[in-house]
Ligand binder design. Structure first.
Ligand code: ADP
Ligand code: GN1
Ligand code: MG
Length: 361
């Protein structure tokens, strides 16, 4: 018997689990789609990556708080709270998690009739994802931030990410540093830049808000029939953060038609037209919430998240690929290179980006 079935049966499903297939393309957790003998409802079973998320119980407390809050807002607005946000399914003994020797498990209701995209396919779709993340930001604007546990401390602290990177170069655990001298030099040339947003947050020029912190296109579920965005998923990193980073992380992943791990850099280009679509959608939903400084710094958020992610991929490559899942050799290095190519493109397009932000502000 598929061993995941036994795990799924520990949760309050509507019948016995009959299949559990690997699902989605996340880099962190292991995700399975579970069907039961009734065939009526599907579920998402996830093994939480506990080397990334050190306190899974506190993490689940966050998710319960956030999803309860969202459900109430969605219902009040006349929406469908079963489909427009995640719904946690408890274990048979009423807990949020089940632990066994294989790991730490949780279950969500599967939101069916939806799809996710691993790369941006059209401008319209990217615009719609911006509306989804902007709306998510707006819904959480009055969420009490002090109730949230910081699931990954310093998650987007690019200054401390830089120190982690230097430590990985110094250690050179796999003897790979010499072969990536160019990429290492790229990071070092951006040392001052790396501090920019963290410094602005520390000086009070940018406010901390409750943010998603992992606003990849594949963390939005689109309705298969209407093509409209339905729900934002992957709430593990919802915690206090910067709005410009939520904006920026979406641009990083989606403002190109190339995959994040495209080995041919000739295909990797920052698309200013996609940047414009996203800016329009995001500011259209949550622009009135944002301060002047936040709006002004949106292009920097895009460059920062792209730079940070490239640096994280490189750090992981140097450390022996222990953080991000890889499916082939050099995948983290390829991921790093696409990010740095995009950063260089964005640096050249900075003035255009500023003008676009002004246009929609
Ligand atoms: P990871 O942290 O590894 O990225 P996610 O929580 O994002 O894991 O889940 C991986 C993928 O599984 C998502 O990109 C999405 O396609 C799908 N998924 C996750 N939760 C649901 C859900 N409740 N309903 C439908 N699909 C889901
Ligand atoms: C991870 O979990 P997933 O695949 O949505 C990572 C993000 C990175 C992203 C790069 C918890 O996101 O921070 O930006 O990969 N999530 C975590 O694709 O580290
Ligand atoms: Mg995800």
């Amino acid at each position: 018997m598929n061993r995941y079935l036994e795990i799924a049966d520990r949760f309050q499903l509507d019948g016995r689990a009959v299949s559990a297939e690997s699902h989605g393309d996340g880099h962190i957790n292991d995700t399975f789609l579970v069907k039961t003998q009734t065939g009526e409802k599907y579920y998402i079973l996830q093994r939480i990556n506990t080397s990334v998320f050190k306190n899974a119980e506190a993490l689940m407390d966050n998710i319960i708080l956030v999803t309860d809050f969202l459900r109430e807002k969605i219902s009040k607005a006349g929406g469908d709270s079963q489909r427009e946000t995640m719904n946690v399914v408890l274990t048979r003994d009423g807990k949020t998690l089940y632990r066994n020797e294989e790991g730490c498990w949780r279950v969500y209701m599967f939101i069916d009739g939806t799809m996710t995209m691993q790369t941006c396919e059209s401008a319209e779709q990217f615009y719609l994802s911006a509306c989804a993340f902007g709306h998510f930001q707006k819904l959480l604007a009055d969420f009490p931030a002090d109730k949230l546990y910081e699931s990954i401390p310093n998650f987007h602290n690019t200054k401390s990410r830089f120190l982690d990177f230097e430590a990985a170069v110094e250690k050179d655990a796999c003897g790979r540093a010499a072969s990536v001298a160019e990429e290492i030099a790229f990071v070092r040339a951006h040392k001052e830049f790396a501090a920019m947003l963290v410094d602005m947050q520390e000086s009070g020029e940018l406010p901390l808000r409750v943010t998603h912190n992992d606003t990849k296109l594949n963390n939005v579920l689109f309705d298969e029939k209407t093509g409209r965005p339905l729900a934002v998923v992957d709430l593990d990193t919802v915690m206090p953060g910067l709005s410009v980073n939520d904006f920026g992380d979406s641009i990083r992943f989606g403002a190109t038609y190339a995959a994040e791990d495209e080995p041919d850099l000739g295909k990797v280009n920052f698309e200013i037209s996609l940047f414009e679509c996203y800016t329009k959608g995001f500011l259209g939903e949550c622009g009135e919430l944002l301060t002047e400084n936040e709006k002004r710094m949106l292009p920097v958020g895009a460059m920062m998240m792209t730079f940070e992610c490239g640096m994280r991929f490189l750090t992981d490559y140097l450390s022996g690929d222990t953080y991000f899942k890889i499916h082939r050799e050099n995948q983290n290095l390829d991921r790093c290179r696409t990010q740095f190519k995009l950063v260089s493109d964005m640096e050249k397009a900075r003035e255009q980006m500023d003008r676009i932000v002004e246009k929609y502000s």
